[in-house]
Design a protein around this ligand. Structure first.
Ligand code: KG4
Ligand code: ZN
Length: 344
């Protein structure tokens, strides 16, 4: 048996519109990270079309796994375990990765590890930061989720609060869509906001009471839509950069404030950012400033590991395997797998 630091884990991810596979040595040495994105396919529809996503995953999953093995310079026989996202996500999309991983585990007679996608996002940070270890506070901001999670150990998570309605990334995507920007809207708003005045429009910030770690972005989204409609009715000119910057500031302010409060409440000194929205340059900048001002260590993943990838799934899978948390071949996709299902 290889030493655990030499174990090769194959990660597979297909929860939304990225088909991805990665090979990891031990817990933190990434040998390959292959991502086949479907963004150009879904862009013409303004968002992800689940049926198309599933079909694309079926076509892509084995070539992507082959490519990950090739890039890592290994063969399937070298892989000791397979980690796969089983939720949350689109059911048809998840099923493709789960079925492929089950087939490989069965054929090779190696362990299968079902991974929660949100836990995976957090673990992307272990790949970018050799020295990072729990405990820390994690802010997970993606297209499907916005949550503050206390990470006490590699397999010990407590949900502090999450969004009541839209996720932060979802709000970015929806606001971008009404402004006529292409999917996914997050990076587009990010770029546009850099040219705008963030104080131009005073959009609302929800649930700001101290000690409340829940988020709500649907009111903010509606406020932006109302503003745009009102301006159109008045035939007034809309400065899209100002709208993007003011909207983005409203999202970021709430994320920063709640993260700082959660850290202080729990007496923690380390903040970890994760999820697709972590790629937002202004969010990262504001969190870094706030962390410096409050003597907090701040970590975020490299850009390629912020959005969906299989490296983070392999990493999460490795740490589960170290704790003996495996799945059997009855593993199924759980589209609504929530943070409350996270092992405590
Ligand atoms: O984590 P992810 O790849 O998929 C989910 O698990 O949801 O996150 C995708 C989300 C999308 O909503 C996308 O618009 C957003 O992350 N995103 C960004 C940026 N890059 C991606 N949002 C704001 N600024 C960005 N630079
Ligand atoms: Zn994700």
């Amino acid at each position: 048996m290889p030493d655990s630091e030499d174990i090769l884990t194959l990660g597979v991810e297909s929860s939304c519109d990225e088909t991805a596979a990665a090979v990891l040595r031990g817990g933190r040495t990434l040998l390959s990270n292959v991502i086949s994105t479907q963004i150009p396919v879904h862009r013409k529809f303004g968002g992800v079309v689940p049926e198309i996503a599933s079909r694309r995953h079926i076509v892509n999953v084995m070539p992507v796994i082959d490519e990950a093995l090739r890039e890592a310079g290994v063969v399937l026989e070298d892989i000791r375990q397979v980690a796969v996202t089983y939720g949350p996500g689109l059911v048809g999309a998840l099923l493709v990765g789960v079925s492929a991983a089950k087939a490989l585990a069965f054929a090779r007679n190696i362990p299968l590890i079902g991974v929660n996608h949100l836990e995976g996002h957090i673990f992307a940070n272990f790949l970018s930061h050799e020295e990072l270890e729990p405990p820390f506070m994690a802010l997970v901001v993606s297209g499907g989720h916005t949550a503050l999670i206390r990470v006490q150990g590699y397999n010990h998570f407590t949900l502090m609060g999450q969004t009541r309605d839209d996720a932060a990334g979802e709000a970015f995507d929806k606001v971008a869509r009404v402004m006529g920007l292409p999917y996914p809207g997050g990076p587009e708003i990010d770029k546009l906001a850099a040219q705008g005045d963030a104080d131009a429009i005073d959009f609302p910030r929800a649930l700001r009471e101290k000690g409340n770690y829940e988020f709500s972005f649907s009111g903010l989204k509606s406020a932006v839509l109302n503003y745009l409609n009102e301006m159109k009715m008045k035939r007034a000119e809309i400065d899209k950069a100002n709208v993007a910057a003011s909207f983005q500031k409203a999202v970021i302010e709430v994320l920063v404030q709640k993260s700082l409060e959660a850290l202080s409440e729990e007496g923690m000194k380390t903040l970890v950012l994760a999820g697709g929205v972590a790629a937002n340059s202004a969010l990262e900048g504001r969190l870094r400033e706030a962390a410096e001002a409050h003597d907090i260590r701040f970590y975020y993943p490299s850009k390629i590991l912020c959005t969906d990838n299989a490296a983070m799934i392999a990493c999460r899978g490795y740490y589960q395997s170290q704790a003996g948390i495996f799945s059997d071949l009855s593993l199924n996709a759980v589209p609504g797998l929530s943070l409350t299902d996270v092992k405590a």
